[in-house]
Design a protein around this ligand. Sequence first.
Ligand code: ADP
Ligand code: MG
Length: 290
Amino acid sequence: MGQIIACANQKGGVGKTTTVVNLATYLGRLGERVLVVDLDPQGNATSGFGVDRALLAATFFDVALGDATLESVVVETVADNCWLAPASLSLAGAEVDLATMDQRERRLSVVLGDARNRYDYILLDCPPSLGLLTVNALTASDSVLIPTQCEYYALEGLSQLIATLNLIRDNLNPGLAIKGVVLTMYDARTNLSADVATEVRKHLGDAVFETVIPRSVRLSEAPSFGLPVALYRGDSRGAVAYAELAAELRGRDNRLVGEPAGRSEPLTATIEPRAVDTGVRTPIAIGGPT
Ligand code: ADP
Ligand code: MG
């Protein structure tokens, strides 16, 4: 039976879509059957797989509203073993339309129904907000994968997200686990990347993947060719890192939300920036009692 993983972070530009597209591609290469569901009205995962949104008769919007079946909108992608439920801008209206529906947080859960039986992994690419689409994704998922950019406010963003995950677990999806935090856009030349990585690991322990995704121009170029990096520059550092992430993810258990390092006390963190001094020194809390 397949697992459903939401790739979420309320911040935009942290590498959610890049992670979904490339992780899916490498999981496919390992022989897993993967379905990517593009939940972002921007449709970046859709175009990142080379699917032309203008040619789509129906998208995930129609599925979310009950007007089409999931399988009727699923298309093949350029990557082996990877299928896509595409998005278009019309998905933006889904937030509004969903708001008035019965069981509005569980629409996606219902829609994905027995898709688990047909795929080994279902990866949900969430929009950069904690709106109804993301809530639907987290409610439908077994676990959440959290790309985190190695930048100064990373821990603050994470604590906010973990608080939301706790709310979802308490109210909508008691089984929701953390698959892991992925450090993205790591720049080995800056102290800041190293400091952020150290702090995130200190506070979230083994909830953080060992694999770190480097900042790589090849990763940012690939989508403009409509290709996952594996098919664009498979020998680049970014490609190698996503291949490693896929292998690591396959061997990983799900961890419970809110117990990142197996502690019950709220965790606090202060990052002392060396490379960039923002002047902020306030301790922030991660996880802890809800
Ligand atoms: P999100 O889905 O969280 O908004 P994206 O995956 O779209 O983030 O990434 C934001 C931008 O950063 C995109 O232009 C993407 O190509 C680029 N990008 C993502 N990961 C990397 C990386 N490791 N190195 C360089 N650029 C990256
Ligand atoms: Mg995105």
